[in-house]
Ligand binder design. Sequence first.
Ligand code: 8IG
Length: 270
Amino acid sequence: MSSSQTSNPGAVAVQAAESIRTTLGIDGADIGLVLGSGWSAGADHLGAEIGRMPLASIPGFRAPVVAGHGGDLIAARTAAGKVAIVLTGRTHFYEGRGVDAVVHGVRTIASLGASTLVLTNGCGGIRREWAPGTVVAISDHINLTGATPLHGATFIDMTTTWTPALIDLVRSVDPSIPTGVYAQFHGPQYETPAEVRMAAAIGADLVGMSTALEAIAAREAGLDLLGLSLVTNPAAGVSPEPLDHQEVVAAGRAAAPRLADLLAQLVTKL
Ligand code: 8IG
């Protein structure tokens, strides 16, 4: 057994949750949020901060490797009195640490007792009408990684992975937010134009390198789930321009105040 695929990933998540409870002096959590590319400014506007700790100090976590991704866990009390746990960074599948490492944050949030999870990301947009800066609520996903966080013959129903009531809720905050299907590629290379055409042909509206594997783990844990994608770039071939990571980071930065405001309004309703 390799160290990246431990025989009992749930036990590591329980250890992580215990470390968070003890360090931050909380009983548990109600809501979890994972903040992806462009979304980390949201962390400071979700309520009164209870405490924070470096992700790397928590069992099973490691410091994120990608520029533009943060590296803290923050606990905050929302205006509605709920405890929100915010991860300002995630482990991506392309880092090669295995799927259990990718979904460890989701399992830790579930182990803290949360019932609702919000996954955010930056992604490429396939639809021309979604300019960089557009926020899209994920209505469904396509897992193109060939991997799964499930162990053994664990048959999970995925029919309503993305909770319809949470999509309604975010659209009550901002009715202009469209819904779309997110396809997770392995990465870290961006897609070829042919791969983007394939994704479009099989029903995807968005392409990215995260979120679908986490969504499977969230479903296994029984969490209500909301996904918010920030389109930071047109997917390859949609525009004549080549993709550039610095432009992706810049698009996220430009959208940051709007995203922070959206999350702040959203958490008061969760
Ligand atoms: I930000 O165009 C971001 N992440 N796979 N494709 C994929 N991931 C992304 C993209 C993109 N933009």
